[in-house]
Write a protein that binds this ligand. Structure first.
Ligand code: ADP
Ligand code: MG
Length: 994
């Protein structure tokens, strides 16, 4: 019978693993974090670390030399662990950290920081349990949304954890950034509840979204990639598992994720009972420390409360009950913000460039912040434009003052430069020993030290420079926006914290005096703050001094030049003498301890005695330091609300100065805002494109008004600048509604409630959403969701299908936007369907514009200038020339074109003279010289064709395959070689058509 003895550590490992089955368990072994079994295989594969093995049991029934049983193992050194963990978490895994909580021989004398995850961890003092097994515990489960470790966060972006549920026609959403303490919730109801929920999730770009594990409560489209580890590893049979490499399992799952559309992160299932209404309310009451939730406005928003409650429970679970930072909840209403759906956010490239590497995003142009808090707030402003005048005017006023007074701006910027990430430091301090480090206190102190300079720079203007925080409605009245210098807190920190404290606790060397050239003291607690530390240092320093002086003294006593005093963690202090030394010089009281290749190491009774004094003192000092540090954190936490308010005020000041700096540098002006439904822009520019261009950007005018020029149809050749002018209008409106100045000589913006952008499928190919179905789904949503106040941008909509289909759809969309009484909203429509320009004649509020291009030396020159009227030429032939189509072909095409134009003028003469005309392609083909076999050239001409009966004849022509081919051809993308092949193809097609 097998007689297997499992090692104690492995039993412990299995127990802890059972507590966190859905997480990768990092098990601390001295200087390493190790993973075992399947975790190890996965980690080795994902992180490219070596897969080794470790014996975890002995099988006594086996012969002696084959008794050991091995488990796969992969590990990482403790000092590099953050990098590995962020890699795993970034891929959506949960990582549980099991720390060693007993002092071991190694940790006993090792004063290096022990763990970045639990800096202030209480290690059991040696002696008590010395011989027993090392005790370990899971101190944290790190998931994408619950990271608080600075090394794993982006300073300028929030890291949100969100929780979402639906019930009937209601949806609830809560979100929190555990690294800053921001915690908010809202509820949506009615037909659009789900759309709004998904819109908010797209804004937040949460790193992790919690959803109920019950089908009925889970928002559609948010399928959890839950328990990914369990699903990756467990349900397979052993053979299946062996056959599949871990990264293949990962890839398989990633493919299946569509949730990425709504969040940049991961969807985690959280049991349905956690979302229970009464449970949630109870948890929230305790978390927020209030008797009733009434003041938060949660009574009318039960789903918001449930989402918030579920979120708090998840934080408790993963942070092991360290959730002190979530002490206030902001309940908000979507009505105060502009609605932007996920596609629009992507198309406008607000926070991230749409196509990787291609261009920059709006935020890159506007972000001239000086603090991480400011950078995060500016991103929130950009992602969440406002829809009411008062808060916008407050922001505008602050920006305006900073624009006008450049000295003031320069001084404020200078002063803010010394402020660090006070918000995150505070937040960690509020969580006390489990998270806070001396580095956080130092960070807070540095920021507080910088405050007087900020106050001095802002001077009497302070109140006007800090726009009111629109984020505070909800619980009670918002506190006045003040910049309290918090001198008392700074005083406390100055007294308590030494000048350059080590990054983590337990790494101080209080016993060093720094005198007589020895090692400089590095300590967390400043002398004079904690009498017990001072007394202990006083009583033990002589021992350190003895050792510090020992080397010089012993060299003199023995006359051995090579004598050195050293230290190692196993033997402690020793006296080292090279082996070539004459034996007779070694004093009698030297006791041999260790023999090395080139040296002998000795100790003496006296040395041992002093070493013991130092060791004891050091351990006590670590303990006293911990206590003093914890007390300090608690003292500062008592002021956390005040300090947070300061951090928020600084963020607002910073965001405002950032907008002002951009305005000054890029020549923006203050837009006029009102409640009208106008949008007038004189000499407007695209804020991002203008930065990217080598040549000057050509400004353009736009005037939109729901009562007059409501819908502009913009035509013009490819590359003429249609898409640019469209986006620039949307971006100017958006910038105006975050309180920014805008790239225009003059702008009047009647507040917009939503911006919708839709891009025809072919233009959108890079994002992988290139199907016509997507284009139409998005267009449908737009038609259903817009209001009279919305701004609609349509770029080549209808292009993802055949010409006639596409044209028909495009036209119907225009008619609907124009005619539906609840719509009639400001719309820009760029299209290559020149035929649509005819709509100007039938729909009173439609206006035609085109992007001008001219011919110069036989070349097409794009002027990028928007002019009234439809495009008069397609310039297709010239583009064909540029592409290398042989002269003979283009000459023939020019002749055909001239002829068609001749026919057009005859046709014009035949019908009403004031109406723009064009010939259909069929007519072109039927032209006398357009004999079958020769390449047909269809040139869309000015205006749309109108038959005598006044009906547009866009769709009454049977499409010719040749023509169809030509129409769909994007000549700009044709290489000379392709052009030749193309001609061959065309000829063949034409032959077939015959
Ligand atoms: P279209 O949509 O008509 O094909 P785009 O708007 O994509 O054209 O513009 C093509 C390129 O022309 C842009 O990438 C930009 O480099 C340049 N461009 C566009 N508008 C302007 C402008 N107003 N001034 C200068 N260059 C411009
Ligand atoms: Mg375009």
């Amino acid at each position: 019978m097998a007689k297997i003895e499992i090692h104690a550590w492995y039993r412990q490992y299995r127990q802890l693993k059972a507590q966190a089955a859905d997480a990768i368990l990092l098990f601390r072994f001295g200087d390493f974090y190790e993973t075992f079994d399947d975790d190890a295989k996965l980690v080795a594969e994902l992180l490219d670390v070596t897969l080794t093995r470790k014996d975890y049991a002995v099988d006594k029934s086996k012969p002696r030399d084959s008794q050991k049983l091995y488990a796969p193992m992969a590990g990482m050194p403790y000092h590099a662990v953050e990098r590995y963990v962020s890699e795993l978490v970034g891929r959506g895994y949960r990582v549980a950290i099991a720390e060693q909580l007993t002092e071991t021989e190694a940790t006993r004398t090792d004063t290096r920081p022990r763990s970045v995850f639990a800096a202030g961890i209480q290690h059991t003092a040696p002696g008590e349990i010395e011989r027993k097994m090392v005790h370990r515990e899971i101190v944290r489960i790190i998931t994408p949304g619950t990271v608080v470790d600075l090394g794993m966060l982006t300073a300028t972006a929030n890291n949100y954890l969100a929780a979402a549920l639906v019930e009937g026609e209601r949806a609830g959403l809560a979100y929190a950034d555990l690294s800053t303490g921001e915690f908010a919730a809202t509820e949506f109801s009615g037909e659009r509840a789900l759309q709004q929920l998904l819109g908010e999730l797209a804004r937040l770009q949460a790193a992790e979204v919690l959803v109920p594990d019950a089908e009925g409560l889970r928002p559609p489209g948010l399928a959890p990639a839950e328990a990914r580890l369990t699903r990756d590893l467990a349900p397979m049979t052993r053979d299946e598992r062996e056959a599949l490499l871990p990264h293949e399992r990962v890839a398989r799952r990633l493919d299946a994720e569509n949730a990425a559309r709504w969040s940049r992160g991961h969807v985690t299932a959280w049991p349905a009972w956690r979302w229970d209404a009464s449970e949630a309310r109870e948890v929230l009451r305790r978390q927020l420390g209030v008797g009733t939730l009434a003041a938060f406005g949660l009574d009318e928003r039960p789903l918001a409360a449930r989402a918030a409650g579920a979120l708090v429970q998840y934080v408790h679970e993963t942070q092991r009950h360290q959730a002190a930072q979530l002490n206030t909840l902001r309940v908000y209403s979507m009505a105060s913000f502009m609605f932007l759906d996920p596609q629009t956010r992507r198309n406008l490239e607000l926070l991230e460039p749409g196509r990787p590497g291609a261009r920059t995003a709006l935020v890159n142009v506007l972000d001239r912040t000086r603090t991480p808090m400011g950078a995060r707030l500016l991103r929130r402003w950009i992602a969440q434009p406002l829809v009411s005048l008062a808060p916008l005017q407050a922001r505008q006023a602050a920006v305006a003052r900073l624009v006008e007074r450049s000295m003031l701006r320069a001084e404020v910027r200078e002063a803010l430069g010394a402020v660090g990430d006070m918000e995150r430091a505070l937040n960690r301090i509020a969580q006390g020993l489990a998270v806070a480090t001396p580095r956080d206190l130092a960070q807070l102190r540095a920021s507080l030290r910088a405050l007087p300079a900020v106050l001095a720079a802002a001077g009497a203007d302070l109140a006007d420079l800090i726009p009111d925080d629109e984020m505070t409605p909800g619980a009670g009245a918002p506190p006045p926006p003040i910049l309290d210098p918090c001198a008392d807190v700074l005083d406390l920190l100055e007294q308590a914290l030494d000048d350059e404290p080590p990054a983590l606790l337990g790494a101080s060397n209080y016993l060093r005096s720094g005198e007589d050239g020895g090692e400089r003291p590095r300590r967390v607690i400043r002398p004079g703050f904690e009498p017990r530390i001072d007394a202990l240092v006083q009583a033990s320093r002589h021992a350190q001094e003895f050792i510090d002086r020992l080397e010089a003294r012993e060299r003199e006593r023995t006359g051995i030049k090579s004598l050195k005093v050293g230290y190692n963690s196993v033997f402690g202090y020793y006296i080292e003498v090279s082996r070539t030394t004459d034996e007779r010089l070694i004093p009698k009281d030297y006791e041999r301890k260790q023999t090395l290749v080139g040296a002998e190491r000795y100790i003496t009774a006296e040395l041992k005695e002093y070493e013991q004094i130092i060791d004891r003192a050091r351990l006590q000092l670590i303990e006293l330091e911990r206590e003093a540090f914890a007390r300090l954190c608690a003292q500062i936490s008592a002021h956390v609300e005040r300090l947070r308010r300061v951090a928020r005020a600084l963020a607002r000041l910073d965001a405002a100065q950032s907008l002002a700096e951009s305005a000054a540098r890029c020549g923006y002006t203050r837009p006029h805002l009102d409640e009208s439904t106008r949008l007038r822009i004189r000499r407007g520019r695209h804020p991002v494109v203008e930065q990217m261009l080598a040549e000057p950007f050509v400004p353009n005018d736009i005037a939109l008004d729901t009562d007059e020029a409501q819908l502009l149809i913009i035509t013009g050749p490819n590359m003429a600048g249609k898409s640019t002018v469209l986006r620039q209008v949307a971006l100017i409106a958006l910038m105006a509604q975050i309180g920014s100045f805008v790239p225009a000589e003059h702008a009047e913006v009647g507040l917009v409630d939503r911006i919708f952008t839709r891009i025809g499928a072919q233009d959108d190919i890079a994002t992988g959403q290139s199907t016509f179905m997507v284009e139409m789904t998005e267009t449908a949503a737009l038609l259903l969701q817009s209001t009279r106040r919305s701004l609609i941008i349509l770029d080549e909509v209808g292009r993802g299908t055949s010409t006639y289909d596409g044209m028909a759809i495009a036209r119907a969309v225009v008619e609907y936007l124009h005619n539906e009484p609840h719509l009639g909203c400001r719309t820009l429509f760029a299209t290559h369907y020149h035929e649509l320009t005819a709509l100007e004649g039938t729909l009173p509020r439609v206006r035609n514009y085109h992007m001008a291009a001219v011919e110069h030396d036989g070349q097409v020159v794009f002027l990028h200038e928007l002019r009234p009227g439809g495009a008069d030429r397609s310039y297709g032939i010239h583009v064909a020339e540029l592409a290398g189509i042989p002269r003979a072909v283009t000459a023939r095409a020019s002749a055909l074109l001239a002829e068609l134009e001749g026919r057009r003028s005859q046709a014009t003469a035949r019908s009403e003279p004031d109406q723009a005309q064009s010939l259909t392609a069929t007519e072109a083909l039927a032209a006398p010289d357009g004999a079958p076999g020769s390449p047909p050239v269809a040139a869309p001409l000015r205006g749309g064709r109108r038959r005598a009966d006044g009906q547009l004849s866009l769709f009454d022509v049977a499409p010719s395959p040749v023509l169809e081919y030509l129409r769909r051809l994007n000549i700009n993308e044709v290489t000379p070689l392709q052009a030749l092949n193309l001609l061959y193809e065309l000829q063949k097609l034409a032959g077939e058509a015959e």
